[in-house]
Design a protein around this ligand. Structure first.
Ligand code: DGP
Length: 115
């Protein structure tokens, strides 16, 4: 989508600190980190939110969960210590960027419940 900031990051029209990339996915450091390690994992394809995933996206969703997120957790050194995955969705979920993204937060102990 032409006016989507994360599409622009995926297409390298906006610079970011990329920590992982393959044909379908890119992961980059969040501009406003909420933890020592804070990475956003996005599909390169524009999907508005987790509710925008279609039947045809099953392999993509599985790839992110099964392959990419564990790989990045290992790369960041938080696989043993643990981390939090957050997928803010819609208004109450405080989703500000309307392109599906997984926040991977780690490097410190997290609070629960969230505010
Ligand atoms: P959310 O509230 O879940 O929609 O989170 C969007 C996140 O995206 C937020 O933590 C800040 C981050 N972000 C917004 N614009 C940019 C940007 O241009 N570059 C990077 N690296 N992160 C961004």
């Amino acid at each position: 989508m032409s006016d989507c900031i994360f599409c622009k990051i995926a297409q390298k029209e906006i610079p970011s600190t990329v920590v992982y990339e393959d044909e379908q996915v890119v992961a980059f450091r969040d501009l406003q980190p909420q933890a020592p390690e804070h990475v956003l994992v996005i599909p390169k394809k524009h999907v508005e939110s987790v509710l925008g995933l279609q039947q045809e996206d099953k392999d993509l969703a599985a790839h992110i969960l099964v392959d990419v997120l564990p790989e990045i957790a290992k790369q960041l050194g938080v696989d043993a210590s643990g981390f939090r995955l957050v997928v803010n969705t819609g208004k109450d979920g405080q989703q500000t960027v309307k392109h599906l993204h997984f926040h991977l937060l780690g490097g410190r102990s997290m609070q629960w419940p969230p505010g």
